[in-house]
Design a protein around this ligand. Structure first.
Ligand SMILES: [Ca+2]
Length: 227
């Protein structure tokens, strides 16, 4: 997509975000320590499937399609780049690799996180106006759809088309407990689902506690020496 369209879409979504109590912030760099799900570990219906190394579980309809293998076929776009297509159903998000997740017409799913997330992002395929996302943040729902800001017309046009929207949603000091994806048309495609846990990893928490312990030891030692 053109820079102007990208900028307009980002501005529109940021305006939307401002009215919706923080985030999403688009096209942010992936934070350090993020977990990325590339959907390479499974294939087919997502209902009940765990992703992100067990950090999230899907409930609902939706399908992980496999690159190659006959299920998808390689198509050319603008005679310059190739992309995998499940004819009439789904196109692999541009710059995604391997398997990808698809919600077809009328499909939806909730992704519940085992622990709250501070950040979520994903590579969004052709950003259609009938693609809907709800981000559940401590009981509040931030919702938007692909058509906000005139971003997309759903065309899979390759290098100059709508396939190139890579959208990230960064929150600061908040916790995201679940995501809901829904498509009212063909289709909502995504890959590289990315999260950052909102709570410290046990390892880093132990380091903090160890650090506090060391401070306490030094303080006691100074008191003993001084007193
Ligand atoms: Ca993938």
């Amino acid at each position: 997509m053109s820079l102007i369209r990208t900028t307009a879409a980002a501005a529109a979504l940021l305006t939307l975000a401002a009215t919706a109590h923080a985030g999403p912030m688009l096209n942010q760099p992936i934070p350090a320590g993020a977990t990325v799900e590339d959907f390479s570990s499974f294939h087919g219906a997502i209902n009940g499937k765990s992703v992100l190394g067990g950090l999230g579980t899907f409930t609902g309809t939706g399908t992980v399609y496999r690159e190659g293998s006959g299920e998808s076929t390689l198509q050319g776009a603008n005679n310059t780049v190739g992309y995998w297509l499940v004819s009439g159903l789904s196109a692999q998000p541009f710059s995604g690799t391997g398997n990808w997740l698809n919600f077809g017409n009328g499909q939806s799913a909730v992704l519940d996180f085992a622990t709250p997330m501070a950040y979520i992002g994903f590579l969004w395929g052709s950003v259609d106006s009938h693609n809907f996302i709800e981000i559940v943040d401590a009981g509040q729902v931030v919702s938007f759809r692909g058509g906000n800001g005139g971003l997309a017309n759903g065309q899979v046009a390759g290098g100059s088309g709508d396939r190139f929207a890579e959208q990230y949603f960064a929150y600061s000091g908040q916790s995201i407990t679940s995501l809901k994806f829904r498509s009212a048309g063909t289709a909502f495609e995504l890959d590289r689902l990315t999260t950052v846990n909102a709570v410290p990893e046990p390892g880093s928490l132990m380091l903090v506690l160890a650090g506090l312990g060391a401070v306490g030891f030094v303080a006691r030692r100074r008191k003993t020496i001084g007193g």
